[in-house]
Design a protein around this ligand. Structure first.
Ligand code: PXP
Length: 236
């Protein structure tokens, strides 16, 4: 089964536009779970334009499914995650100020850094996932860091035509799975491209989806939208 984790960063972005507490992120996370979300993902960026660092303990208190925190492992981020103990931390290589996470780690170049950070999280009892491009050469050095999972960056799949990119994802996921790594995926997944991806990768454990899902909720409402996405993650 592939679990649906809803990334609520864009909800925080709307809240931050006015400086008050509308929409209420805490309530939104609770309601997403009530409507069937199997996880809540947040990505506190250094400029806090979306989810803020002080949102994390509030969300930690109410999330009852899987709480996943994504981010670049700066000292501040590591401290935040360890003190709030989510179920999973997803490490991304974003430079500060980047618009969105649009590439995975070069695990060859960053192997010892990642190994150190992964061990720190694992000692704190937090599952780790490394954001990776669908590139088979990055899998073995990722596995050697001791990470539990990888998250495949799906932006290239979403913008591609034909089967070539998808097949690279299938192969990268297969190799990772055979090495004992769990496989997650995310970025630019939507109602049009999700089912094909899920059906192609039987070992896929989790998708985290934010931008398209929150945009769809403007038309369909969040309850319907979560149902629509969830149906696409079920294999017959
Ligand atoms: N995975 C990672 C590592 C991300 O940074 C993001 C965007 O914050 C997502 C998944 C979700 O991407 P999208 O918002 O395009 O669904």
């Amino acid at each position: 089964m592939t679990r649906l984790s809803v990334n609520i960063n864009k909800v925080a972005l709307i809240r931050n536009a006015r400086g008050g507490n509308l929409p209420d992120l805490r309530k939104f996370a609770i309601d997403c779970e009530k409507f069937g979300a199997e996880g809540i993902t947040v990505h506190p960026r250094p400029d806090e334009r979306h989810v803020r660092f002080d949102d994390i303990p509030i969300l930690k208190e109410v999330v009852t499914t899987e709480f996943n925190i994504e981010g670049y492992p700066s000292k501040k981020f590591i401290e935040l995650v360890i003190s709030n103990k989510p179920h999973q931390v997803t490490l991304v290589p974003d430079p500060p100020g980047v618009l969105t996470s649009n590439t995975g780690w070069n695990t060859l170049e960053n192997q010892s850094f990642l190994q150190e950070v992964v061990q720190e999280f694992k000692q704190a009892g937090i599952r780790t996932s490394l954001f990776l491009n669908a590139d088979i050469t990055m899998v073995e050095p990722a596995a050697s860091t001791g990470t539990d999972r990888i998250e495949l960056y799906t932006g290239d799949y979403a913008s591609s035509e034909g089967d070539e990119r998808l097949l690279q994802h299938v192969e990268t996921a297969r190799i990772a799975h055979n090495m004992g790594l769990g496989v997650n995926a995310g970025h630019d997944l939507n109602l049009m491209n999700l089912k094909r991806y899920v059906d192609s990768i039987p070992s896929l454990l989790e998708v985290s989806i934010g931008h398209a899902l929150i945009s769809d909720a403007l038309y369909y409402g969040i309850q319907n939208t979560i149902g629509m996405y969830k149906r696409l993650t079920r294999r017959i």
